[in-house]
Design a protein around this ligand. Structure first.
Ligand code: NAD
Ligand code: LMR
Length: 353
């Protein structure tokens, strides 16, 4: 691509950028993993004042990495008759308005972690207030049509609060990350069958990014030399698919915390890139992915919560895949995770009142 054909830079906000997912995510974005190898980006990184120094350290490293896609954008500062021209390719700030101004994509990773002695309601209360106030900043200052993915837990309910308190952002622009769970499901099938993970497709994560999520392989297939074959036909072990496979994916986050003493970071960052890339650039023909999106009641999921569905993406929009058969086993699991989301919604509202 010649310089005259160069694309306009896209502004990508990462909140909680001084944290561990942030640290894994920003270099991926700057290398083109999220938006493509020919898409210049301007990174906006937000964190809170106690993390300001660490955030500046991340900014220094981004400069030191000399990523060609990190494009400077000119800021002109005027005072009296003097003017100063600054070329900034990274905005690192603790000011939410500065962070949100003009962003085209927002990856919301910042949040309050659960600490010893805290009840679920205490964590929910801290996070929903953060998402309520960041909703207003995004609504007022982000670029029109900004696409948002919430990563911070409780991801679905934080995304719902963001949507509720940013009424002028179209509901379809606010999503939450369940792609990590989707990728975990692909990974488990690939390991079980000893096949390339890229040959497995169309698993589904239904519902909440929590241990009630339902990883469903009933429509998943594997590419084989003799064509695409259903995962169930190849695995030939329904007990595993209906048992250990599901619980492994549901509990994978906890297993990583146990092993690393920290929650997943590189896989979460990679999944956030996958989520935005497919949303912006489209899913391959015949392939769907899982995204937490504002539920319209498809598949009798509760309407008005952020529920993970199978979606295809094209022209920058997601569409829920319709018409998939849901058996009795799956029905119960879709309902269970839906009920948890309805309960979380009520809890979130009770925290805000
Ligand atoms: P972390 O604690 O390392 O980083 C979080 C960062 O957020 C910190 O730097 C903190 O200072 C910052 N922060 C706190 N309040 C903020 C605010 N109001 N505005 C901006 N920044 C703020 O945590 P992490 O390991 O990076 O994980 C981040 C979140 O992602 C957690 O909630 C975690 O549970 C969640 N997570 C989600 C998934 C998923 O698949 N959806 C996967 C892994 C982790
Ligand atoms: C994950 O799925 O890895 C995380 O959501 C776990 C967590 O609680 O941070």
């Amino acid at each position: 691509r010649s310089p005259s054909m160069a694309k306009e830079p896209v502004r990508v906000l990462v909140t909680g950028a001084a944290g561990q997912i942030g640290y894994a995510l920003v270099p991926m974005i700057a290398r083109g993993v999220m938006l493509g190898a020919d898409q210049p980006v301007i990174l906006h990184m937000l964190d809170i004042p106690p993390a300001e120094e660490a955030l500046n350290g991340v900014k220094m490293e981004l400069v030191d990495a000399a990523f060609p896609l990190l494009k400077g954008c000119i800021f002109i500062i005027m005072w009296f008759k003097f003017q100063m021209v600054l070329l900034r390719c990274v905005v690192a700030t603790t000011d939410v308005v500065e962070a949100c101004t003009g962003v085209n994509i927002a990856v919301m990773v910042g949040g309050f972690p659960r600490k010893e002695g805290m009840e679920r309601k205490d964590v929910m209360s801290k996070n929903v207030s953060i998402y309520k106030s960041q909703a207003s900043a995004l609504e007022q200052h982000a670029a029109p049509n900004c696409k948002v993915v919430v990563v911070a837990n409780p991801a679905n309910t934080n995304a719902l609060i963001l949507k509720e308190f940013a009424p002028s952002i179209p509901a379809k622009n606010i999503t939450c990350l369940t792609r990590l769970d989707h990728n975990r499901a692909l990974g488990q099938i690939s390991e079980k069958l000893n096949v390339q993970v890229s040959d497995v497709k169309n698993v589904i994560i239904w519902g909440n990014h929590s241990s009630t999520q339902y990883p469903d392989v009933n429509h998943a297939t594997v590419k084989t030399p003799s064509g695409e074959k259903p995962v169930r036909e190849l695995v030939k072990d329904d007990a595993w698919l209906n048992g250990e496979f599901i619980t492994t994916v549901q509990q994978r986050g906890a297993a990583i915390i146990k092993a690393r003493k920290l929650s997943s970071a590189l896989s979460a960052a990679s999944a956030a890139c996958d989520h935005i890339r497919d949303w912006v650039l489209g899913t391959p023909e015949g392939t769907w992915v899982s995204m937490g999106v504002y539920s319209d009641g498809s598949y009798n999921a509760p309407a008005g919560v952020i529920y993970s569905f199978p979606v295809t993406c094209g022209n920058g929009e997601w569409t829920i895949v319709q018409g998939l058969a849901i058996d009795e086993f799956s029905r119960k699991k879709l309902d269970l995770t839906g009920a948890e989301l309805t309960e979380e919604k009520e809890l979130a509202y009770s925290c805000l009142s």
